[in-house]
Ligand binder design. Structure first.
Ligand code: 5CA
Ligand code: ZN
Length: 412
């Protein structure tokens, strides 16, 4: 699938600091230690509705990681999927009387334009579920051959399921107990009551064709992939087992990332699919999580169509810690708009306080589990001083402008 167009990143003097991030599996902030090429897989959208502030916040968090790696001298191999075959697409398309593939394509196109507006760096590989069906089939074959998967006892619909306990370490990513797993499995796309499964927590790998649903041929019957195996296959085939960061929102901790990891680990025999599991908090509106299924959405495209500067949206979303659940409010946007104007005024001045010192502090805050708010405050301090006529560093306005662009993704 076509990724979106590249975004220019100014180079900065010196190099960035090694990044430390909270790892969901280890439940601690610890160093990410990539090699020359840093590798990241972030779960992409299910394209049945446009980009809302929750999606935007999550992709911005991972864009920050991408930018910090580049600043620290790494090359970044970033992979993202698009879940372009799934029930919500069929339901929305049927409701609106359109073709589900056309719906997917149009929403992916809208997502791309929103990402470009927000200056999110594009993934190197942007891969649809439809494009990866052969990869999924190859993995399911391996899982069946090793006994990690089985065909349910159902003559009409012999779907293929994954034995959740196929690997010894299952459950390490979320750290949840069985009761919590059962609850989230049921709430987030699982089918605990499916007749013929050996255990309620076993997860769908291949769903054989049902009347009126799309299907692709496979050795285990025409059908379509389950959800978790899509991300296992796409990541494994591009950045391999033991890649640096697996990302998404906290709603993907379980079951999605637990099973993506377990499917891959059952195939490779490795104990850890990703070295860091990183999750962004949920963005809500008026007290509830923003979600396509609830329909309480603030869309990036709606705000930009109303004339809101996408850089203000970006600043608003960075004005909060990425791991914190938080709310989108008009006040948050107004604060960001004022901040953007203040910064733009300051970088248009002919001099200001020492820019290199501010850059060092911004790098330090961001490398500490993406402390974006502290980074914004550091820039605020510089801008206030510059506006007050203090400081005589003539190179500072350009340096700050470049640092804000390269590290925060905000073009002033
Ligand atoms: N296609 C799957 C992942 S393979 C999926 O979850 N798609 S999605 O469109 O529902 O979500 C895309 C990304 O946005 C996921 O990482 C999800 O965790 C994140 N997300 C969804 N809603 C919110 C929200 N309200 N706040 C923050 N992030 C959110
Ligand atoms: Zn995913």
């Amino acid at each position: 699938m076509l990724s979106w167009s590249d975004v220019a990143v100014p180079s900065l003097p010196g190099t960035g600091l090694p990044l430390r991030l909270f790892d969901t599996a280890d439940r601690a902030v610890r160093p990410v230690s990539p090699g020359k090429v840093a590798t990241m897989y972030v779960c992409g959208i299910t394209p049945y509705d446009a980009t809302h502030m929750g999606h935007a916040a999550t992709y911005l968090a991972f864009d920050m990681i991408n930018r910090l790696w580049l600043d620290a001298g790494h090359e970044v191999h970033y992979v993202q999927n698009v879940t372009d075959v799934d029930d919500p697409l069929f339901e929305r398309a049927a409701r609106d009387g359109i073709n589900w593939m056309d719906l997917g394509e149009s929403q992916v196109e809208l997502f791309r334009s929103d990402m470009i507006a927000l200056r999110v760096l594009p993934p190197r590989d942007y891969i649809g579920a439809i494009e990866s069906i052969d990869e999924v089939i190859a993995m399911v074959e391996k899982l069946l051959a090793s006994g990690a998967a089985y065909v349910v006892d159902d003559a009409d619909y012999p779907d293929v399921y994954f034995r959740h306990d196929a690997t010894e370490q299952f459950g390490y990513e979320s750290g949840y107990d069985r009761a919590t797993m059962d609850q989230f499995f049921a709430e987030r796309g699982g089918d605990p009551d499916r007749v013929g499964k050996r255990d309620p927590l076993d997860a769908l790998l291949w769903r054989v064709e049902r009347e009126g649903e799309p299907s692709w041929p496979s050795p285990f019957g025409a059908g379509r992939p389950g959800w978790h195996i899509e991300c296992s296959a796409i990541a494994l085939n591009r950045i391999g087992s033991g890649f640096d960061v697996q990302g998404g929102g906290t709603d993907l901790i379980f079951p999605h990332h637990e099973y993506s990891a377990a499917h891959a680990e059952a195939v490779t025999g490795d104990r850890r699919f990703a070295r860091h599991y990183v999750h962004a908090g949920m963005i809500g509106l008026d007290g509830v999580k923003m979600s396509k299924s609830l329909g309480n959405l603030v869309l990036v495209s709606k705000l930009t169509a109303d004339g809101v500067d996408p850089m203000a949206i970006r600043l608003a979303l960075l004005d909060g810690h990425y791991r914190q659940d938080r709310f989108w409010t008009d006040e948050l946007l107004a604060t960001a708009q004022a901040r953007l104007a203040t910064w733009r005024h300051a970088i248009a001045l002919t001099q200001g306080p020492d820019g290199a010192e501010v850059l060092a502090r911004v790098r330090q805050h961001l490398s500490d589990d993406l402390s974006t708010q502290k980074a914004l405050t550091a820039i605020d301090g510089w801008a206030a001083e510059a506006a007050a006529g203090r400081g005589s560093d003539a190179a500072a306005p350009q340096l700050i402008s470049d640092a804000v662009d390269a590290l925060l993704g905000v073009r002033l």
